[in-house]
Design a protein around this ligand. Sequence first.
Ligand code: NCD
Ligand code: ZN
Length: 348
Amino acid sequence: MNKNIIIKKPDDWHVHFREDAMLEVITKYSARINNRCIAMPNTKTPITNSLQAIDYKKLIEKNSKNENFQALIPCYLTENLDLVDFRNALKNNIFIGAKLYPTNVTTNSSFGVSNIEKIYDVFEILEKENKTLLIHGEKIDKNIDIFDREKYFIDEELTTIRNTFQNLKIVLEHVSTKYGVDYIKSNSNIAGTITPHHMLLTKKDVFLDNIINPHHYCMPVVKNENDLLALRKAACKNNTKFFLGTDSAPHEMKHKFPNMKLKPGIFSAACSIELYAKIFEEENSLDKLETFASINGPKFYNLPINESTIRLEKIDWIVPEFVKEKSIKIKNFFGNKKINWKVVDLNV
Ligand code: NCD
Ligand code: ZN
């Protein structure tokens, strides 16, 4: 009999569901194995008020093909938010928290925040309501190397936010460096999500000898071997401050690199929990997969831990190269490659 693991149903604390046909095609991939997903609000028209959040949640859940599935929506922070609506939406759990995108750091972040001091009233409300600030932690500047953006954000922005709002709960999303891991470990009220791709790729997988692989290009960009190893250790060694967030972020093939302009984002929803299982096994830590995937996240967000379970079996399978449906064609992360774990039972 093949090797099996049963874990409590996971949640994904960082996913992009997009809109229109793309949303209709991809939502079921995350809803397949997760009970809850945080749906990132960087849609073409960002989700900045309660009415949009209610509509977006309904739209995702309707397309999930899973009646128990819940989409959780953070507010996209701008420098001119309606604060009355924001506070009420937090109080009524319409927003799970708020997402800070520094301006122009990633896909659809042009409405984001250029000067954090301009949103101190937002941080104050979050802190008072005991709701979470989710952060895309990169600082962009012409003098900052693309590989150092996380470090500069931590030193020059995050430290200021934490010193000013000491009780504010923060998630540093998609941590990508050893520096970020160490910062989270040594400070309070802060946790981090870790993607599968930051534990599988280094910059050599993006910037090959004489060619760039656009399907491995994401923000924050994947880094060096020592960063990858630190992330693996943080996820796999039962540290309660790190949890599952795939940052599955699809772009249509035809939009991934038009006119040599790369769109950052990796679509991993079709094989995400299987990839995490593979990584945890490689780290001799399969017994810690459940803590990372299903326990640490709800604990940090003060939500109940899921009751149902899923079963993975050690079976080889090949991830299809693409998702092709309706007019949509997306490259799967790990497409055409073998994974040695597969979800075989839901709700065992
Ligand atoms: C994400 C996207 O495409 O929306 N891209 C990415 O490279 N991760 C946005 C984000 O989370 O940075
Ligand atoms: Zn993201």
